[in-house]
Write a protein that binds this ligand. Structure first.
Ligand SMILES: Cc1cc2nc3c(=O)[nH]c(=O)nc-3n(C[C@H](O)[C@H](O)[C@H](O)COP(=O)(O)OP(=O)(O)OC[C@H]3O[C@@H](n4cnc5c(N)ncnc54)[C@H](O)[C@@H]3O)c2cc1C
Length: 501
């Protein structure tokens, strides 16, 4: 049993910080309950039988089916005229779009639509009044991107054009279906960077990133509301404080479909260094880990762009076992700056300091692009490695740093306070689940943490919202949903708890 954290967030709109860690010991309260069995993997699937609902004992269970209209022949004829060759009904082609990245949620959708323009999205919503599940990359981790029953999948895969890029302001405006990696390549050619970086950048798209609140620096969006109304809030100004900040509302496709986004992109800085630290503070000395990180922040300051930690005995062994990736690192940090000599000097001073004070026994600096890429792939593929372990209980919580240490009982995660806790098991075991939940949520709530730091609530977490938000706030969310989507056709069963729909 182990747990793993990796997280990134923007700090002061400039830096991306990240800390990754995996420790091999158990959670204080649940560790003893985790029994490793060599059984065949049984994937947990949400069951699509009507009337089956969540209960206090099982808040993550499939919701009861809501009586939406079914797609008729007339609807199909309309779609085929509007989207010739882009209305998909072949069950073989629909298969992968019905299952989420973790293969834990499976829908039963029979129609997938591929609009190319905002106007087409508007017509789909305005004319047919059918429930839709927007998706593209389908890399979401909370079951938000696949239908629960037979909701139409509205894929933005063909909405993949860059609209404008202003190389003075660094503002990029593009359609929502642009793949993150393609945008990154586009910008790199122009000496800019996209201000977010996920392990799944080759699959996820900017509309999905924005609607799950991944990354920062976004300026505005183009939305289509449930009744087809088009709303252009594609800001191309860095400063605009006129009225409510609506773009924060359009979460997980439940209030509108995002069709385009504008993002503020920083200049690409040429001096990139990755340092890997060997024999990093093992957490007989959690305090030492904190000290190393603090020292890192203090000495590298504005050039520190990432700090990752992987536990050799757990994270690294998974990477080696399943993906054949080997490297003797336990943690890595990255600096990004404009002056190679100055940054290298800073790094040198930092390494000298942490080695002199015995926080770290060894460290190597990598400046070569291929080596940097290889090191990053270790960090970015931990989630993938975990999928080979069988079933993984995943938690994405944020807490104050000291409390994270308490939760993992002698081993912990620091940095941005976002803990990705992964508990692999050979199969989905109700007894194990009962040992973990609701303990993790109650504990997080008790210490004023968030039960979903960055992945959202989607289908799986919708009924857990009460652990992090007061019921008044949830009622207000319900009112906003009722106002913008009175028929509840936008990504139903997601984000809000069952009693709100
Ligand atoms: C290996 C791995 C690493 C990850 N790392 C991180 C990480 O470091 N940080 C982080 O925050 N997240 C991370 N994630 C989860 C993250 O939320 C998604 O990967 C990504 O942001 C979702 O983009 P997507 O295109 O795949 O969206 P999808 O999975 O297709 O959709 C996600 C949600 O957004 C909605 N949606 C999609 N497109 C639209 C649209 N155009 N309009 C309205 N709603 C829409 C969907 O309905 C769904 O609710 C990771 C996931 C994986 C698998």
């Amino acid at each position: 049993m182990g747990n793993c954290k990796f997280a990134r967030l923007s700090l002061k709109s400039t830096f991306i910080w990240s800390l990754c860690s995996q420790y091999s010991t158990a959670l204080t309260a649940v560790g003893r309950a985790l029994i490793v069995r060599s059984c065949q993997l049984i994937q947990h699937r949400y069951v699509h039988s009507r009337g089956l609902g969540a209960s206090p004992a099982n808040p993550g269970a499939a919701p009861p089916w809501l009586p939406f209209s079914r797609v008729t022949q007339e609807d199909l004829a309309f779609f085929r005229t509007l989207l010739p060759g882009r209305t998909i009904t072949d069950p073989d082609l629909l298969k992968s779009s019905n299952v989420d990245w973790l293969k834990t949620v499976e829908g039963n959708n029979e129609v997938l639509l591929r609009p190319k323009t905002t106007e087409e999205v508007s017509q789909i919503l305005r004319s047919r009044n059918l429930e839709v599940c927007p998706h593209r990359g389908n890399t979401g981790l909370v079951g938000g991107s696949v239908p629960v029953f037979d909701e139409i999948i509205l894929s933005t895969s063909l909405m993949n054009q860059v609209i404008t890029f202003d190389n003075i302001s660094g503002i990029l405006t593009c359609q929502a279906g642009c793949v993150l990696k393609n945008l990154s390549n586009y910008l790199e050619e122009r000496d800019f960077i996209i201000p977010l970086d996920l392990g799944v950048k080759g699959s996820c798209h900017i509309g999905g990133n924005v609607s799950t609140n991944a990354g920062g620096l976004r300026l505005g969006q183009f939305w289509v509301l449930a009744d087809g109304w088009i709303l252009n809030c594609l800001a191309t100004l860095r400063k605009d404080n006129t009225g409510y900040d609506l773009k924060q509302l359009f979460i997980e496709g439940t209030l509108g479909v995002i069709t385009a986004v504008s993002i503020l992109c920083p200049r690409k800085l040429k001096a990139v260094n990755v340092v890997f630290l060997d024999e990093m503070t093992r957490c007989s000395s959690f305090q030492q880990l904190l000290e190393t990180f603090q020292c890192c922040r203090g000495m590298l300051g504005e050039v520190l762009s990432a700090f990752e930690f992987l536990d050799a005995s757990c994270c690294m062994s998974l990477l080696e076992k399943h993906l054949k990736l080997t490297n003797p690192i336990t943690s890595l940090l990255q600096t990004t700056g404009s002056n190679t000599t100055r940054d290298e000097e800073k790094l040198h001073n930092f390494l000298e300091e942490v080695m002199t004070s015995s926080l770290v026994t060894d460290g190597t600096v990598a400046t070569e692009a291929t080596k940097i890429k290889a090191l990053w792939s270790l960090r970015e593929r931990v989630t993938e490695a975990l999928t080979h372990e069988g079933y993984t209980y995943k938690y994405d919580i944020s807490l104050s740093v000291e409390k994270i240490y308490d939760l993992v009982g002698g081993y912990g995660h620091v940095g941005d306070g976002n803990l990705h806790l992964n508990i692999p098991s050979p199969f989905n075991d109700p007894a194990l689940l009962a040992a973990i939940e609701p303990y993790v949520y109650e504990w997080t709530s008790e210490w004023k943490g968030s039960i979903s730091a960055e992945h959202g609530l989607g289908l799986k977490m919708r009924n857990y919202i009460y652990y992090s938000k007061p019921s008044e706030a949830i009622a207000l969310m319900g009112s906003i949903k009722a106002m913008l989507d009175p028929k509840g056709i936008l990504n139903p069963y997601k984000t809000l708890p069952d009693n709100i729909h």
